[in-house]
Ligand binder design. Structure first.
Ligand code: ZN
Length: 196
């Protein structure tokens, strides 16, 4: 995704669990403040960032790398060519996140998932949310999100509940391979394109 990666000898690209792996269907457990501040979890976050970069995703939840804990990361660039994104989102790391809907009006996006490679599906979600979470120092924090960011956040936090976007397709008959999506399902102007 065009981001610089430090020359880190401990960098690890993790294996991503794919649809059908039971770890994706578990409800992930919360992490304690002590765990969040531990070297083990710091290394997991770094490895998840490296993995997300390597796979070219915009978000990654810990269950996707076989760690059933309530941790997700997301990051995207406004100039990312595959997405219709207006604003960049610097890397956001959330522990034990809770979603509060601020505007229940549904917004539809074509979503993808590194655990469901090569596929796209249209999903409608609440258009504006607030997420309360613990940051990397285990300090309580919150962020408001709408548009593309709101969709990515809800997609990632669903992973912590064992829920995948394929469970929420607004029209299962339009579920498509990426190539066919590009050929037959180009989004309307007010729709966006999301893949993580
Ligand atoms: Zn996903």
């Amino acid at each position: 995704m065009g981001r610089a990666r430090p020359d880190n000898p401990s960098m690890a690209i993790l294996k991503i669990a794919r649809l059908g792996n039971p770890v994706l269907r578990e409800v992930a457990r919360e992490l304690s403040a002590a765990e969040i501040r531990s070297d083990t979890v710091k290394q997991l976050v770094q490895d998840m960032k490296d993995t997300m970069d390597d796979y070219g995703g915009v978000g990654l939840a810990a269950p996707q790398v076989h760690e059933s804990v309530r941790l997700a990361i997301l990051e995207f660039d406004a100039d990312e060519e595959r997405y219709d994104v207006d604003e960049s989102q610097p890397c956001l790391v959330v522990f034990n996140p809770r979603v509060h809907v601020l505007d229940a009006t549904l917004a539809g996006f074509w979503e993808g998932c590194l655990s469901v490679p090569g596929m796209r599906g249209h999903v409608e979600r609440p258009s504006k949310i607030r997420i309360d979470y613990l940051d990397e120092q285990a300090t309580p924090a919150s962020i408001e999100a709408e548009g593309f960011l709101a969709t990515v956040c809800q997609h990632e936090i669903d992973h912590l509940e064992g829920v995948l976007y394929v469970d929420k397709l607004s029209d299962p008959t339009s579920f498509a391979f990426t190539e066919e999506y590009s050929r037959y399902h180009i989004p309307d102007e007010d729709d966006a394109d999301e893949s993580d």
